[in-house]
Design a protein around this ligand. Structure first.
Ligand code: ASP
Length: 214
């Protein structure tokens, strides 16, 4: 998946370009879900790993759990001896970004990054990575690492969301797309339109989705 590349680009709100907390610290989050194998994992509160999505994948493949947060996730990752690179959110980019109340703001309104893949046999997977909302409270967990809210994949489709995490969590937006496909039998465009227009109450959100038919 290309999520690692996007995390390494400071233009996006993930990995190196992550939005910071109100205390000016970084708490990155990521999740990944293999809809075919029914395997998933998520991490939150990541501060020392360059690619949170790689840590999330490690949790999925090498731990017995599906969600590890803060130091627990990082201790696990470093302890596996797997190839993880150290890094924090955009130390270099922070210096070159405009500041507001001592906190960096971006001119580009960067967004969370996500990726949905469908292979030639219709197997779907999805991944999402974010720094979260700018100036969020420390300890705040958004939608991106929550399976079914910001990320979802099953045998029908893969979905990755961006936007206001609290609104996305309230409606379990990513899972909603799959549920509409499953129970209403709509095509992908119809179901995404339905979910965004009818299900999202307040707040802003967008998503990418791919169906097993591509
Ligand atoms: N959805 C993310 C969050 O609320 C933010 C974003 O999409 O940029 O944590």
């Amino acid at each position: 998946m290309q999520v690692r590349e996007l995390e390494s680009d400071p233009l996006f709100n993930s990995g190196r370009g992550s939005a910071l907390t109100a205390k000016g610290t970084e708490e990155m989050e990521a999740s990944i879900l293999d809809g075919n194998k029914r395997m998933c994992s998520a991490v939150s509160g990541v501060t020392t790993v360059k690619n949170p999505i790689s840590l999330s994948r490690l949790v999925m493949e090498k731990s017995p759990h599906s969600y590890l947060a803060f130091s627990g996730g990082e201790d696990f990752g470093w302890g596996t001896g797997s190839k993880l690179h150290p890094g924090t959110a955009c130390a270099a980019a922070k210096d070159s970004q405009p500041q507001m109340n001592g906190l960096p703001i971006s001119l580009y309104e960067p967004e969370t990054v996500g990726c949905v893949v469908v292979d030639s046999e219709g197997r779907c997977a999805a991944a999402t990575s974010t720094g979260g909302l700018m100036n969020k409270m420390t300890g705040r967990i958004g939608d991106s690492p929550i399976i079914g809210a910001g990320t979802y994949s099953c045998d029908l489709c893969g979905v990755s969301c961006t936007g206001e995490g609290e609104a996305i969590i309230r409606r379990t937006l990513a899972r909603e797309v799959a549920a509409v496909m499953e129970y209403k039998g709509l095509n992908l465009q119809q179901e995404v339109d339905f979910v965004i227009k009818e299900k999202l109450d307040q707040g802003f959100a967008g998503l990418i989705a791919g169906s097993k038919n591509g």
